[in-house]
Ligand binder design. Structure first.
Ligand SMILES: *[C@@H]1O[C@H](CO)[C@@H](O)[C@H](O)[C@H]1NC(C)=O
Ligand SMILES: *[C@@H]1O[C@H](CO)[C@@H](O)[C@H](O)[C@H]1NC(C)=O
Ligand SMILES: *[C@@H]1O[C@H](CO)[C@@H](O)[C@H](O)[C@H]1NC(C)=O
Length: 301
């Protein structure tokens, strides 16, 4: 073998090696979790440098459901595969990217979705990427708070229930009272309600919170009571939903308030902010104000 042919062979090998490394799928976009009522868009991008694109194929669990072959007629083809339906005309592919829209058919749409790109003759190089998609029945509404009023008085007992929307994935409910989580003893979970629907077992969770409107949580804050219920799905923070309701919070003893508003008692009221005090101190204080008021009334002005 002479020097020239050796060089030629070497160049060929180099080109071939470049060919091996040049074709690859750069990105695949498959939603991690979706609701079965939604349509989804799958897409993949590839780098063909040096190759002519022969075909792009989409598979679900190794079964081909879509093909783009720009050098053939028809350019686009779809194949029936259980669990998916390619939406009519809702696809687009070219030399660098391929996108296809699907409507889903429930739990059986869950699976591994793969995009496979092939180069043209003589190499017919292949490159692929895959990703999993879970098709679930996701909550369609924010959690529901029941039993909550728009007005409360300090010392009053409050009991409210939060319910998550029906869902095939477990939901975790968390209450917040003026931004703070309640104590364990203030919570009462109920047995989940389940219903079979759309090939799923749908579950609704309920969590009650009950407490007296007393203690530091309420004496420090102003006249607003805010109750928030958060519904979260494990591993999917983007699916978090929440509901916040607020009520006005007034002093526990209205009669006492009226007395404090009496003009003669204004100085006594200033000295004695009864209702920001714990219960017993408040009682003593109220008595003191009453005595003071009686004294004021008896005194000639
Ligand atoms: C899904 O796409 C079809 C066809 O374009 C449309 O009729 C349907 O309303 C879409 N569904 C949703 C949930 O967007
Ligand atoms: C392919 O289509 C995408 C999206 O429409 C576009 O951004 C891109 O430039 C196109 N690539 C080529 C090679 O035509
Ligand atoms: C997809 O799910 C299968 C089975 O649960 C798992 O073995 C595989 O690693 C997953 N693939 C990806 C890309 O997450």
């Amino acid at each position: 073998m002479d020097y020239a042919s050796l060089l030629f062979l070497f160049s060929c090998t180099l080109i071939d090696m470049q060919g091996i490394s040049a074709l690859f799928v750069t990105d695949i976009s498959v939603p991690e979790i979706v609701d079965f009522r939604d349509n989804v868009t799958l897409s993949c991008s590839y780098d063909m440098s040096g190759h002519t694109l022969n075909s792009v194929k989409w598979y679900k669990d190794r079964l081909e459901f879509f093909r783009y072959s720009p050098l053939m007629r028809p350019v686009y083809m779809t194949f029936p595969v259980a669990g998916i339906q390619v939406l009519d005309g809702k696809y687009f592919c070219n030399e660098s990217t391929c996108r296809v829209d699907l409507s889903l058919l429930g739990a059986k749409s869950t699976g591994t979705y793969m995009c496979e790109v092939s180069g043209d003759a003589p190499h017919f190089k292949l490159a692929a990427k895959e990703d999993n998609m879970t098709v679930a029945a996701l909550p369609q509404s924010d959690p529901l708070i029941e039993g909550f009023n728009s007005m409360y008085r300090l010392e009053e007992f409050l009991s409210a229930t939060c319910s998550s929307d029906y869902s095939s994935v477990p939901t975790k409910l968390t209450w917040y009272i003026n931004g703070e989580q309640p104590m364990l003893g203030e919570l009462q979970p109920f047995i989940d309600t389940t219903i079979p629907a759309h090939d799923y077992i749908l579950r609704r969770q309920r969590l009650q919170v009950h407490f007296y409107l007393q203690g530091h949580r309420f004496y420090q804050v102003s006249k607003i009571l805010e109750l928030k219920c958060v519904a979260e799905i494990e591993n999917y923070p983007e699916l978090r939903r929440e509901t916040t309701l607020s009520a006005s919070l007034s002093h526990s003893d209205n009669l006492n308030n009226q007395m404090l508003r009496h003009p003669g008692a204004s100085s006594a009221a200033a000295d004695c902010r009864c209702c920001s005090w714990p219960r017993t101190s408040c009682l003593i204080c109220s008595l003191f104000v009453i005595i003071l008021l009686t004294q004021c009334a008896q005194r000639p002005s």
